[in-house]
Design a protein around this ligand. Sequence first.
Ligand code: B12
Ligand code: SF4
Length: 464
Amino acid sequence: MKVTLVYAGIVGQGFASAGKGMDAGWINHALSMLGACARDAGFSVDLIDLRALEGWDHFRSEILARKPDVTGLTMMSVDFNPVMRSIDVIKEVLPNTVTVIGGPHPTLALDEVTSNPKVDHIVVHEGETVFVELLRRLQNGEKSERVIEGQKADLDALPFIDRDLFLNEWRKAGYRLDSPEVPMGNLPPPFVTIIAGRGCMYNCSFCQPAERRLFGGKVRRRSVANVIQELIYLRDKYHFKSLLIHDDCLTEDRKWVLEFCEAYKANGFDQPFFCQSRADIIVKHQDLIKLMRGVGLSGMMIGFESGSQRVLKFLRKGTTVEQNLEAGRICHRLGVQVWANYMIGLPTETREEIMDTIRMLKEIDPDYYSPAFYTPHPGSDLYTYCLENDLSLITDHDAYRRNPTGLKIKGHDYEFLTYALEESRRRKPLNAFRRAARAALKRYASPRKAARKLRRLVLAAPQS
Ligand code: B12
Ligand code: SF4
């Protein structure tokens, strides 16, 4: 039986975007995992990535060419429109092909997906076991429920995800990088993203309880040995030179991280890596961050969110403004790059509180700015708050992007938010000068570069 997975994440960069930044240059872990599971169970699997196609006509001809018996699509809330359009195309050209959808949106907003009769099966929660079971049933001509409840996977028992499903498609579309994914920040290629666990123990109101509903209340992490095995496989196969560990908050489990650092070094890895963390953890566990830095930690994506203590409390972030500032200082001191995630335009937020966030960013002086206009995401408590208070301005799923491209909720002035966004990214002159000086020093005065230059001069000198 032929299974074609379809990745329809084109709301950000559109068609023909494969390889453009993290939005279009990163693989989707859910489909790469489900593909590996189906392949291991003996099914023939391929993948269509809309980001590697020219448009809907191209998708139509790809579906016709591949003639799948079953298609599997993943859906975040923002992917709703392109996923549903893909389903329309699939049913139009191959009416007998079975369509299966899973992912965060079907799990968190099931009714919106069940209402489309062209969707044959919907998997909620984790899909590995039930997807393979569904394929077996379909192959045997057996019936299956329309809405299928997923099962928590034993993470160590799962196969490693199949990155080639994406990479091969991108290469067909002209992707030239010798890298499974497009590097973030200043990390060198080849670059890979990996996921070591599922779930998050924190309770931020703009996120939870969605994460708990997706993966359960308890964080599950793969064993260190299993993650290291995958890294060895990735080193052999792709010779990766950097990576991102994309867990929601890798540093929440100190014991795991300590064991990982030891094993990473012991197995000969020194590739720089990024991970996600929180300000309170960085402040409380400076020694851990130092240790991570010692084995390759290059940068951390930190959810600072706001420079107002009242707003942080409203968000149930569990951190303080002082911790945000201190976390920034610690990272700078240790040479860990700071990728600052923060939001403006939140419910109840005042202009003065937004200015507090701007002031905080100027103090933190991050290496990378990742601002968002607050966007109410289905499944979170703050989304419910926005609905109850008639605040949401979102009328189309395409707007479920946090990227600052338009107003998401009532009560804010778009012009002011746009100004605030620009201002939050303007460095203090002294910081800008320090950075420029450091970059120049690195460029022209690194001992290695100076030695290389000297060697070139010596070799070029006329021999007597
Ligand atoms: C990696 C990641 C990204 C990457 C995505 C790379 C990519 N190409 O996929 C990047 C950084 C680009 C990204 C961007 C965004 N992301 Co994101 N991202 C994540 C993150 C951290 C991990 C996702 C992941 O791979 N998880 C591991 C896999 C295995 O889990 P899974 O996807 O849920 O899949 C399992 C089940 O859902 C199910 N399943 C999923 N699909 C299917 C399909 C079938 C057929 C079946 C049977 C089962 C099934 O089975 C899978 C295995 O068990 C999650 C948080 C999280 N921890 O999951 C957020 C998350 C998915 N992102 C989120 C959001 C909001 C976004 C953005 C909208 C943010 C923005 N910039 O505005 C964008 C949208 C991108 C787009 N599609 O256009 C939200 C989604 C909320 C929602 N209601 O949809 C999450 C949950 C974070 C959060 N808590 O807010 N993201
Ligand atoms: S925002 Fe981050 S830390 Fe907070 S609950 Fe969500 S994943 Fe966890």
